[in-house]
Design a protein around this ligand. Structure first.
Ligand code: NAD
Length: 246
């Protein structure tokens, strides 16, 4: 039972934050979930004792990541219905200081890996009766801040990529949507939000006057992955508590 009963899902970046919450929410809603994250991030511990979640320690940046992750899901579950590309890195450096490696890592993990996994998943998603692609972009797909040339470019890239996937894959019944989280308390923001002043500034910027929780984003991802969003495709769902209203 549940809103994802009988479905098989891949969730990347699932050792922490949004990905961890989403993998567990999808499983609680009846899906079988392949949770993917880097080795040494405590992925198995993050899902210890959680029914319906299996773990695969693998970098989405590996050249074979797309095909290997899809193959692991199909081997484990015999099918694939939902791909949630959520793994990401937040590397902050001004344009004048950014190294080639920082740029390449950001684009490789946040954008190229998303393309590769989506591309590899298409043949399996075509066999599903409710195939879904959900990608994590950011409000930084439309806005920016100091030090985010690569991050911003990667997330705007995810938005453009996802709209194109929606257009091209619609004929197979595959929907493709992305989420734009605002300021969320996760591993990525832990260091800056550990500073209470900085956390308060970001909380105050949001109309709802608080930081987001991983569960806030997981519920948005669940909607886009569920039957409720059957006719929604190419859409960017803003889940930011009103951070970007003005
Ligand atoms: P997080 O750091 O808690 O989680 C990100 C996860 O991705 C980590 O577990 C990390 O190990 C994993 N990851 C990084 N590189 C990987 C790789 N090469 N292979 C596999 N896994 C890898 O942070 P989060 O905030 O939960 O991030 C999830 C997504 O949300 C990211 O795409 C991020 O850009 C996006 N996002 C976050 C915020 C925010 O305020 N936290 C806002 C907008 C968008």
């Amino acid at each position: 039972t549940g809103r994802l009963a009988g479905r098989a899902a891949i969730v990347t970046g699932a050792a922490s934050g949004i990905g961890r919450a989403s993998a567990q929410l999808f499983a609680a809603e009846g899906a079988q979930v392949l949770a993917v994250d880097l080795p040494d991030r405590g992925l198995p511990v993050a899902h210890d004792g959680v029914d319906g979640v299996r773990c695969l320690e693998k970098s989405v940046r590996d050249a074979d990541a797309g095909t290997a992750i899809v193959a692991a899901a199909v081997e484990a579950f015999g099918r694939l219905d939902i791909v949630f590309n959520n793994a990401g890195v937040g590397i902050n450096a001004l344009t004048t200081a950014m190294t080639a490696e920082q740029w390449d890592t950001t684009i490789a993990v946040n954008l190229t890996a998303v393309f590769r996994l989506c591309q590899a998943a298409v043949p399996e998603l075509q066999k599903s009766d409710a195939p879904r692609i959900v990608n994590t972009a950011s409000v930084m797909a439309r806005f920016t801040d100091y030090g985010l040339p690569a991050y911003c470019a990667s997330k705007a890239g995810v938005a453009g990529l996802t709209r194109t996937l929606a257009l091209e894959l619609g004929k197979f019944g595959i929907t493709a949507n992305y989420i734009e989280p605002g300021a969320i308390q996760t591993g990525m923001t832990a260091e800056s939000f550990a500073n209470e002043e900085i956390a308060a500034i970001w909380a105050k910027k949001a109309a709802l006057r608080r930081l987001g929780r991983p569960e806030d984003i997981a519920r948005g991802a669940l909607f886009l992955a569920s039957d409720d969003a059957a006719f929604v495709t190419g859409h960017g769902l803003v889940v930011d508590g009103g951070l970007t209203l003005r």
